[in-house]
Design a binder for this molecule. Structure first.
Ligand SMILES: C[S@@+](CC[C@H](N)C(=O)[O-])C[C@H]1O[C@@H](n2cnc3c(N)ncnc32)[C@H](O)[C@@H]1O
Length: 257
């Protein structure tokens, strides 16, 4: 079974360019296991044959392998810290910061940033880059329609100000939507350009091996301008931040020297 998985990883890389070697094996096996069961296969070779012959199953494979859970103002106390402490300092240095939401999933994080920047800068007209490897998640993000549960941490007044009712769901208003550009990008292939002042990469690297994590964080450091900030997820402290050339401002905020 384990060489089966080795074969699968190589074949998927050749077929799609997606590198499973960098993901924690146990998690991927568990997540794909249920999907394989539903297709009536019990080994990775047979599963690969299905993916090769019936590309429609590839979408579900991507969805299962990469987890898409997100919400607006995820860990609200951290976004408050960003708004009250780090963003004002950043804006004092640079009026129009370049911002990237990496592993943005279904768009909540990128739109949260657009809301925060609109609150901080009157007539905000910058563009936030939002990337993910999962095309389906990006399509959802582009539509911008969310069930109420994803909005539970919105600060008071923001629902009325930034959303329109859409049946039982809520649609992000165009003035926020137009501030975000969604693009497909695989973080394992390096950063999406350079010259960023703020990068968010939250709840993404938890699925990666230590080696892949290190590579991704090094990429972010290269992509940041001096003084730029990396904002990580609530369980994703970078212990070797100094080696990367990052100053630890507080547990989940890092600044490039
Ligand atoms: C749990 S979501 C995090 C969403 C958001 N950042 C948040 O904290 O709410 C993890 C996202 O990482 C994306 N992801 C996984 N591997 C990736 C890769 N190699 N490159 C880019 N995105 C990736 C997944 O597709 C998924 O949308």
């Amino acid at each position: 079974m384990s060489s089966d998985y080795g074969y699968f990883k190589e074949k998927i890389l050749a077929l799609t360019g997606f590198d499973l070697h960098s993901y924690k094996e146990k998690q991927i096996r568990r997540r794909l296991g249920t999907l394989m069961q539903s297709l009536g296969v019990d080994n990775f070779r047979a599963y690969y044959e299905i993916l090769k012959k019936e590309p429609q199953h590839l979408e579900r494979f991507f969805q299962r392998a990469t987890i898409n859970v997100s919400e607006f103002f995820r860990n609200p106390e951290r976004f408050r810290e960003l708004q009250e402490t780090h963003l004002p300092a950043l804006l004092a240095r640079k009026g129009r910061p370049r911002v990237w939401s990496a592993g943005t999933s279904t768009g909540e994080e990128a739109y949260t940033l657009a809301i925060i920047l609109s609150e901080a800068i009157p007539h905000y007209s910058g563009i936030i880059l939002a990337t993910d490897v999962d095309q389906e998640a990006l399509q959802f993000a582009q539509e911008g329609i969310y069930p109420p549960g994803r909005l539970r941490h919105l600060p008071p007044g923001h629902l009325e100000k930034y959303f329109l009712a859409a049946g039982e769901n809520y649609q992000i208003k165009d003035k926020i939507k137009s501030r975000v550009r969604f693009k497909r990008h695989d973080l394992l292939r390096g950063p999406f350009g350079r010259g960023f002042d703020l990068i968010l990469c939250r709840n993404v690297v938890i699925y990666f091996t230590e080696e892949a994590k290190d590579k991704i964080y090094r990429g972010f450091t290269q992509a940041l301008n001096p003084g730029g900030i990396l904002f990580t997820g609530a369980t994703e402290q970078i212990f070797a931040s100094r080696d990367l050339g990052l100053i630890n401002l507080s547990p989940f905020f890092y600044q490039k020297n």
